[in-house]
Design a protein around this ligand. Structure first.
Ligand code: SF4
Ligand code: FES
Length: 232
């Protein structure tokens, strides 16, 4: 298939660089968008910059806006996109170069909700046991690969990047509903403050774009309800 790929360009060292570059490609329709970007870099323009690592939807490196929607480039097949494809960096984070954005604020927000197991009790001889029912409570939110697609699709985050955003909330959810964890009080203190869950306006952009199909809005609403009840 023939495709015209439009890529948003940015290079702080070249202020006169045109904002858009276009590339004509002939591709197998089952190529991924990441394949297409590699082809452009190898054959037409080695300066085009983007992040990628695993190439198979695991590492979360290559989230970008594709025809107006946040996607992982390695999970999008070209035949699903049509003859003209527009690729832009994620919104709400500062562009560093072309499709590469500054993820430091994203990871700072994540760190604020302490996404690790908190339990200072001495561990048992073998392991901290958990029933299948207890594990099921947070199964969905364990699937996050920290791609940032959700947070950078969120209008309240665009408006104020101090909002921790859906990805941080998803990762907090995972530990708050883990029966082995004892950090709920400190995480809920962060999540119910001015930068937390009540900034969510239930837009559903996060849920629609999550490449892991995590029910993000459900997780946020569960946390809101439990915060109001005082009992997660
Ligand atoms: Fe990406 Fe989904 Fe995790 Fe958000 S919740 S960072 S969209 S995997
Ligand atoms: Fe790892 Fe796409 S390159 S998720």
């Amino acid at each position: 298939m023939k495709v015209l790929l439009r890529i948003r360009r940015f290079d702080p060292a070249q202020p006169d660089l045109p904002a858009w570059a276009t590339y004509d490609l002939e591709l197998d329709p089952h190529s991924t968008l990441l394949d297409a970007l590699h082809r452009i870099k190898a054959e037409q323009d080695s300066t085009v910059s983007f992040r990628r690592s695993c190439g198979m939807g695991i590492c979360g490196s290559d989230a970008m806006q594709v025809n107006g929607r946040n996607r992982l480039a390695c999970k999008v097949l070209m035949y699903t996109l049509g003859p003209v494809v527009t690729v832009e960096p994620l919104k709400g984070l500062a562009p560093l170069r072309d499709l590469v954005v500054d993820l430091d604020p994203f990871f700072a927000n994540l760190k604020a909700v302490k996404p690790w197991l908190i339990n200072d009790n001495p561990p048992p001889a073998r392991e901290r046991l958990q029933s299948p029912e207890e594990r099921e409570r947070y199964d969905d939110t364990t699937k996050c690969i920290l791609c940032a697609a959700c947070t950078t699709a969120c209008p309240p985050f665009w408006n104020d990047p101090s909002f921790v955003g859906p990805a941080a909330i998803v990762n907090a959810h995972q530990y708050i509903y883990d029966s082995r964890d004892e950090g709920t009080a400190e995480r809920m203190a962060a999540l119910t403050g001015p930068k937390g869950i009540f900034r969510c306006r239930v837009v559903f952009n996060c849920t629609e774009c999550c490449p892991r199909d995590i029910k993000i809005t459900d997780a946020i609403e569960q946390l809101k309800r439990d915060a109001l009840k005082g009992a997660p």
